[in-house]
Design a protein around this ligand. Structure first.
Ligand code: AMP
Ligand code: MG
Length: 458
């Protein structure tokens, strides 16, 4: 493990911390889901064309199927008139044959009659039903879509590892697949600890604050495509923290706590409680905000599970009746213990947990987009730390304005930001007009509506 700065020997760099997280995370087992439920999920197989696309020669236009020689003399001034012997609509599976000297009326997507050499668009004709006057000639293949013209049989259309967007869903459907193998949507449990926390909506007394972290992190996890559950507030007491975590453990793929991991307070109970559940490294990461970080994997404590086997076990999905393949004590769930200050928690989520959620899906595209922009004002950053400063990015003008109020408790400033200015470890100040790296905060909501997804059994 290398360190960020010679003067801070016990600090881990942001890059090293993230690398260790990504080394630890194992992708979730793929599952077969029907096509209506896969939007936003990551494909776990290559989907290829079983047949050529399109699978038969068909018309690209509404018009008339003809032989090229029969319309060779057609002009605006001297149209060629042909008898219309039949009409073929899309979906008509009948066998039609085009005789020389005649035409067949044909619709877009309809199978080409045998012997068709070109389709004359209806716009070049008088649209006749029994006879048609054609005002232009056409070459071989005109307005014809040949079988395999879009994709060859066996060609890979969507590769494993693709996060499925609407167009991918269309391609998979066009290839005739009703279900595909995808990584399931990660289930994330979010838990905030702190005896000072009150439920928003409840009256608050001096000395207490409303819990914003658990709502924020659950929303951010949904934004990253997860099914996120927010757990009620847990007071700073080991007897409360441990059961609360174990309770969630059995129904999550990833657990995120906030608070209780600062440096050395005896009230930092998350740290103490988690020592009993697994391997978590608590340490300082060379960043601001977000220095105290914990990450590891935990399992239900052996002392708890034998007496009450799967007491609180939730099935992955209502239709999944299979018993888990591993004993309760062996299932290890990755866990982030994020610092309690809301801005620290938010930044830590975006920098570490979001890529980890990608890794659970075998996908490396969840890290925030990074752009470069010109600073509209100066900023400062502590030496040896990578700073993530809240700012407002104007992408069209390439400008980034750092916000005032960068304290890690200043959640109001967070609400105004759409980007984080990233100041490298070795840079202590930047001036107006300097170019800075900017992480763009997610703009759109990722899909997470697959709660009712049905698995397709093979
Ligand atoms: P901690 O990491 O528990 O030492 O908390 C650091 C700071 O963050 C303290 O000022 C806490 O009151 C505050 N904090 C902790 N948890 C939350 C939360 N869920 N929502 C808002 N602020 C919090
Ligand atoms: Mg606390």
């Amino acid at each position: 493990m290398s360190h960020a700065h010679a003067g801070d020997r016990d600090l881990t760099s942001v890059a090293d911390h993230l690398a260790e997280i990504l080394r630890t995370i194992r992708p979730l087992e793929p599952t077969e889901l029907s096509l209506g439920d896969v939007y936003g999920l990551v494909l776990a197989e290559d989907v290829s064309a079983a047949t050529p696309l399109p699978s038969f020669d068909n018309s690209a236009m509404d018009g008339y199927a003809v032989r090229v020689a029969d319309v060779a003399a057609a002009t605006e001034e001297n149209p060629v008139t042909l008898p219309v012997t039949a009409e073929v609509a899309a979906g008509d599976t009948g066998a039609y044959a085009l005789q020389p000297g005649t035409s067949i009326k044909i619709m877009t997507g309809a199978m080409l009659p045998h012997g068709t050499e070109a389709v004359i668009p209806v716009e070049w004709t008088d649209g006749g039903a029994a006879r048609v006057a054609i005002r232009g000639k056409a070459d071989y293949g005109h307005s014809i879509r040949l079988a395999g013209g879009d994709a060859k049989a066996g060609e890979v259309l969507v590769s494993a590892g693709t996060q499925l967007r609407p167009m991918h869903v269309a391609v998979i459907a066009a290839a005739g697949r009703g279900s595909v193998l995808v990584r399931p949507r990660p289930r994330v449990a979010v838990l905030s600890t702190g005896s000072e926390l009150a439920e928003p909506g409840a009256p608050v007394v001096p000395g207490r604050i409303w819990d914003s972290n658990s709502f924020m992190i659950a929303a951010a996890a949904r934004e990253a495509g997860c099914l996120a559950y927010r757990q009620a507030i847990v007071p700073d007491h080991p007897d409360e923290v441990l059961p609360a975590i174990e309770d969630q453990l059995v129904r999550t793929d990833l657990m995120i706590t906030t608070g209780g991991v600062s440096m050395g307070g005896e009230h930092d109970v998350v740290k103490a409680a988690l020592q009993q559940l697994g391997t978590i490294r608590f340490g300082k990461v060379a960043m601001q905000p977000g220095m105290p970080q914990g990450f590891g994997t935990i399992a239900v404590a052996p002392a708890v599970s034998p007496e009450e086997p799967r007491r609180r076990r939730f099935r992955r999905d209502p239709y999944d009746t299979a018993e888990p393949s591993q004993a309760a004590g062996e299932e290890r769930v990755p866990i982030f213990t994020l610092p309690g200050n809301p801005v620290s928690a938010y930044v830590s989520f975006q920098v570490f947990a979001r890529p980890a959620i990608g890794a659970l899906q075998g996908y490396d595209g969840l890290g925030l987009e990074s752009v470069r922009a010109e600073l509209t004002g100066p900023l400062r950053s502590p030496p040896g730390r990578r700073s993530f400063l809240r700012g407002v990015l104007d992408r069209s003008r390439g400008l980034i304005t750092p916000l005032t109020g960068q304290g890690s408790h200043q959640v109001a400033t967070l609400g105004k930001a759409n980007a984080l200015v990233v100041v490298p470890e070795w840079v202590v100040q930047l001036a107006e007009g300097d170019t800075a790296e900017v992480m763009v905060l997610p703009l759109t909501l990722a899909p997470w509506g697959a709660r009712k997804a049905r698995a397709v059994r093979k």
